[in-house]
Every structure is written in structure tokens, then in C-alpha cells.
Design a protein. Structure first.
Length: 577
């Protein structure tokens, strides 16, 4: 029987058969009822057998399908049989309860967004062209002997589920510790957070993240008593290499972190240098209460709102007050002050406060990669470009895996038009961690060079990273638009145009996505659509006025573009009034 089963309502038959034909062209085996399921047709044994035999059910969502009893039965049966389910949206609808439960937590893709559909199916381990499901892709190639391991979000198992800060803190600390080891590569925090809400088999997670090993666990905190469990899995062999649990007081949390880190490195057969062993054994503070406040502050800072920054600042201040030698607390204060100055207030007092706390951190521990990074950010915010680059470069020399500092160095050089230096910095980012934003920044810098020899090669290498991200987050508009640029840079102009035209049909794009789609059309030789989409972006709340006019590819629209920007400035003046 076929691997894919398409469930649809009779009025959507033409769309369903069109999709089935395209899937077959790409090598998928598809079962579809060519007559269309109608109320008068019996729900036959053949349909039940097809669902039992398939690996994935695609359910087309439309006003007709959500009112179809037979589509509901197909969906329920697939859910009961634990089949993969991919909801494909023809038209936005409110789901009835009989649909809502089987589809809860599942990401949806849009019918006209073919790349998202194809990529989602390939990463749902559907058999393609009769081949077996590939093993995890994280195994090192002969030229890359790094051990690739992902630390998944820890579960909050506390009675009231009110200690997510603790669960995230354990995850963050393990990511930081493992990333500091020379022969280990670890996906970023943002890459793994997806799996807090979307639990998948370890083999699928490993394939999506490009790793072989997975660390997962949970925490439970009741008063000062804590329980932490963790395990290490070889996803390629579906084998648990190590598992342990820890009971104690919060004062003992550092013992747990050190023990887990060492056990994991032993299980992975890593030979640690004396410096790496010292790094694992070094404690950020001896004051457990200060450390708890610090973890809570960091948790608040990740919410990225004005209010959460203010709460984080207060928590960091409390931590520093409890332990005046806690350098990370001072770095946290300085970091929030920089963000607050950049996003919410241009009061120089925020910069002075950041400088003061960066100095306090260095008075405790001397210059560290963290303090040099913060000082570089402070200089950048004050417009001292060369000083900022010098400090950030020194930060990367102290920690060659500090991809965040490399990313800022790239952004600064791109800002001043030094695209060669920007590309070199962004290249260091992608060497450390493969993310869509890292590749997009690198490709954007290379595209500005006169002879970007490896632009096409890197764009082709970046496409699978974008495809996997979209498969995990099919509603991430910005990445879907960015993928169109990557196709263009890869020399696949027709596919880039197809992606752009498909996105143009959507009515759910946000302001930034509309603007970036307009710029993509400009680069594809349709400058008139740039202006149209820019106006639409402004209607949807786009408020950036500092875009360089030389970003317009076609001079014929420059005057009209400038008029639109002037109109935006007038809107901003009215909104201020």
C-alpha cells in the first residue's frame, strides 16, 4: 500500500488530486480516493486498510472538510493508529472538537506552499522512492570529527509546574559546558526549544538537528529539595548510553552539574584537556541563593519584552547583592542595560550603568570573553566602531567558539560596508553552529562582494538547514521568505520566483515578511512589486525608516520608493503626536 494517505472532502477533489500528482512526481507513493468521500458513500474496508498501511496522513483543511464526518473518521483512525499527521490548510477554518484533539500541537502547512509540504513529509521519515529512512545525519564526516550532541529542554516536573526557570537553567548550563569543549558541537538554545512542545522520537530529532547524541531530562523542585534526572541517547543506534538521577538540596546543584558533565564526556569517550576539566569544575558562585536568582533573571531576559527585561535586571541586582564576587550577575546587568538602551530608551544613563557593571565583573575575574563581549557591545552602541571590533575580536580569541561575538563582528562590518570582513566573521558563525540566520547573514555579505566565488556552493549547503527549520516551524514566515533569497543565491532563479509567487498569494504575511518579500521581487526583476509590498507592509505596521536607498535594484522605482519612505516618516510623526 501507499505511504501517504490524502484525506479530503469532495468539493476539494481537484486540489487534492493536483497535490497527489505532484507528490507522485517527487517519488512519494500516494493513496487517494479518486471519487472523493461523500456522505452517501460507505466508509469502506479499502480506506481503513489504506490508513492502516500508510505512514502519514495528509488532511486538507477547508470549510467542507471540517464538516465532513468521513474526513473526521479518517483523522481519528490515523490518530489512534499513531500515524504521522500533516494538516494542510486550504483555507483558514475554526476546528470542531473532533478535529481539534487529533491536531493539537501539530504545525500546519499551507496548500500553496509546496516546499513546506515536501520538506515536512521528508522529515516525517516517509519512505521516498522506496529507500529506507536515513539514519541520523549527525555522524562526523572524515573532515569533521566533532561529536554532535543536542541538549533538549528539560521537563519541569515540579508539583505546581512553576519552575521552568530551573529546567531551562539546567539545559542552558549543559549547552554552555559542552559547547566549551574543543571536539563537541552543540545546537543552540533557540534550535532545541521547539522540542519542549513537540515531542518526537530521538531518531527524528537527531535527523532534524544534525546530531547523533541527545541529552534529555527533567527537574523537580519542592522548597529547597530538588530531583534532577538526565539521560544520554545514541539516536543512531536507538541506545541509551547513560542515565542518572540526583536528589538533594538546591545547594547541591553544582555537584549535579559537574557530575553530569563528566559522566556525559566519559560516555562519549572524550579526552578532556586539563583546561577543559577545570572549566567543568569551576563554579560560577558558591552562593546557591544568588545562583537561583541569576537563573530566574536569565529566564526572564529570554522573554525579550520591556517588562521581562526590568524583572531580569532586578533579579540580577539581587544576585550580585548576595554575592559581590558573582561576575556573571554583573554581566547580566550590563547585558540588559545594553538591550534596554538599544530597544527602549536612548538615555545615556543605561550605557553608564552597563559600563559600571562590566567594570565590576572584570574587577572580580579580570577580562573574560563575556566581559570583553559586553564592552564591545557598549562601544558599538556608542558608535565607536573600531574599538567595538577590537574588543569583540579579543573576546573571540579568548573563546574561539563564541559565535555570538563573531555574529556581531559580522553585523558591524556589514553595517559599514566592509563585506569581506563581514563574510569572514559570519563564516566563523556557520562553522560553529548551522542556523538559518547564520547562513543568511553569510550569504548576504557574500552577495555584496564583486566576486563571491563560493556564494552558490554555500547557498546549496544552506538549503537543507532552511528546509529542516521550515519542516519544524512551517509557520515561520521570515525563514520561508529568506529561503527564497537562498534559492536565488544558489542560482535556482525559477524556484526562487515560484517561492515568491506562492508567498504573494498568502494573506497572512506580517509586516517584515512583506517588506523582505518585496525586496526579493526587486532582486528577481519585478521592482514594481517591491513598492506594492512595501506599501502593504507599512499598512501592517512596518516602521523602519533607515533602509538604504541603494538596496533598490532598479533605479526606475527609486523616486516612488523615496515617496513611500517619506510617507512613512509622516505617519511616524503623526503617531508621535
Amino acid at each position: 500500500m501507499a505511504d501517504l494517505f490524502i484525506s479530503y472532502a469532495k468539493p476539494d477533489r481537484s486540489l487534492a488530486t493536483e497535490l497527489a500528482d505532484e507528490l507522485r512526481e517527487r517519488g512519494f507513493s500516494v493513496w487517494i480516493d479518486q471519487g472523493g468521500i461523500g456522505g452517501a458513500k460507505n466508509w469502506t474496508a479499502e480506506i481503513v486498510e489504506a490508513i492502516n498501511s500508510c505512514s502519514t496522513l495528509l488532511v486538507l483543511l477547508s470549510p467542507d472538510s471540517v464538516s465532513s464526518h468521513n474526513v473526521a473518521k479518517e483523522l481519528q483512525l490515523a490518530s489512534e493508529k499513531r500515524k504521522n499527521i500533516l494538516p494542510v490548510v486550504i483555507e483558514k477554518v475554526t476546528l470542531p472538537s473532533v478535529f481539534e484533539y487529533p491536531l493539537v500541537g501539530l504545525q500546519r502547512v499551507y496548500y500553496h506552499d509546496r516546499p513546506a509540504i515536501f520538506n515536512a513529509l521528508e522529515l516525517l521519515t516517509v519512505t521516498l522512492r522506496g529507500a529506507d529512512v536515513p539514519s541520523a545525519v549527525g555522524q562526523p564526516s572524515p573532515s569533521d570529527r566533532a561529536v554532535r550532541v543536542a541538549v533538549l529542554p528539560f521537563d519541569d516536573l515540579s508539583p505546581k509546574h512553576d519552575n521552568q526557570w530551573f529546567a531551562d537553567g539546567m539545559m542552558d548550563e549543559l549547552i554552555t559546558t559542552l559547547r566549551g569543549l574543543e571536539h563537541v558541537k552543540v545546537p543552540s538554545r533557540s534550535d532545541v526549544l521547539h522540542y519542549r512542545e513537540h515531542h518526537k522520537k530521538s531518531r527524528v530529532v537527531a535527523n532534524e538537528l544534525g546530531v547523533r547524541y541527545i541529552i534529555e531530562g527533567g527537574v523537580r523542585k519542592a522548597g529547597e529539595r530538588i530531583r534532577i534526572n538526565a539521560s544520554l541517547v545514541d539516536a543512531d543506534k536507538s541506545e541509551q548510553l547513560w542515565a542518572s538521577s540526583f536528589d538533594g538540596n538546591f545547594d547541591d546543584v553544582f555537584d549535579f552539574q559537574e557530575s553530569v558533565s563528566k559522566k556525559i564526556t566519559e560516555a562519549l569517550k572524550l579526552q578532556l584537556s586539563p583546561q577543559e576539566e577545570e572549566q567543568i569544575e569551576t563554579r560560577p558562585t558558591e552562593n546557591a541563593e544568588a545562583y537561583e536568582l541569576y537563573l530566574k533573571g536569565r529566564h526572564e531576559q529570554y522573554y525579550l519584552t520591556k517588562e521581562s527585561y526590568e524583572r531580569a535586571l532586578d533579579l540580577y541586582e539581587q544576585a550580585a547583592s548576595l554575592d559581590p564576587k558573582f561576575d556573571r550577575a554583573y554581566i547580566g546587568i550590563a547585558s540588559v542595560c545594553c538591550v534596554y538602551f538599544r530597544e527602549y530608551s536612548k538615555d545615556p544613563a543605561w550605557i553608564r550603568r552597563a559600563e559600571k557593571n562590566a567594570a565590576k565583573a572584570e574587577s572580580v575575574s579580570g577580562e573574560t570573553f563575556r566581559s570583553l563581549y559586553i564592552r564591545g557591545m557598549i562601544e558599538w552602541l556608542q558608535g565607536n566602531i573600531q574599538t567595538a571590533i577590537t574588543l569583540l575580536t579579543r573576546s573571540t580569541e579568548m573563546d574561539p567558539k563564541n559565535y555570538i561575538a563573531f555574529n556581531v563582528i559580522g553585523a558591524i562590518n556589514q553595517q559599514i560596508g566592509n563585506y569581506d570582513a563581514a563574510a569572514k566573521a559570519f563564516r566563523r558563525v556557520t562553522e560553529q553552529i548551522e542556523t538559518t540566520i547564520g547562513y543568511f547573514n553569510l550569504l548576504g555579505a557574500l552577495a555584496e562582494l564583486e566576486e563571491p566565488n563560493d556564494l552558490q556552493e554555500i547557498a546549496e549547503k544552506a538549503l537543507p538547514v532552511f528546509d529542516k527549520h521550515i519542516a519544524r516551524e512551517p509557520l515561520d514566515q521570515n525563514v520561508i521568505v529568506s529561503r527564497g533569497y537562498v534559492l536565488l543565491w544558489a542560482g535556482r532563479t525559477n524556484e526562487a520566483m515560484l517561492t515568491a509567487n506562492t508567498l504573494l498569494e498568502r494573506n497572512d504575511l506580517g509586516a517584515n515578511s512583506l517588506y523582505n518579500l518585496g525586496r526579493l521581487f526587486d532582486k528577481l526583476g519585478k521592482p514594481d512589486l517591491f513598492v506594492v509590498l512595501l506599501k502593504k507592509a507599512i499598512e501592517h505596521g512596518y516602521r523602519e525608516t533607515d533602509q538604504a536607498f541603494n538596496s533598490v535594484e532598479d533605479e526606475s522605482i527609486r523616486d516612488e520608493y523615496e515617496k513611500v519612505i517619506q510617507g512613512l516618516k509622516e505617519i511616524l510623526e503623526k503617531e508621535k503626536g
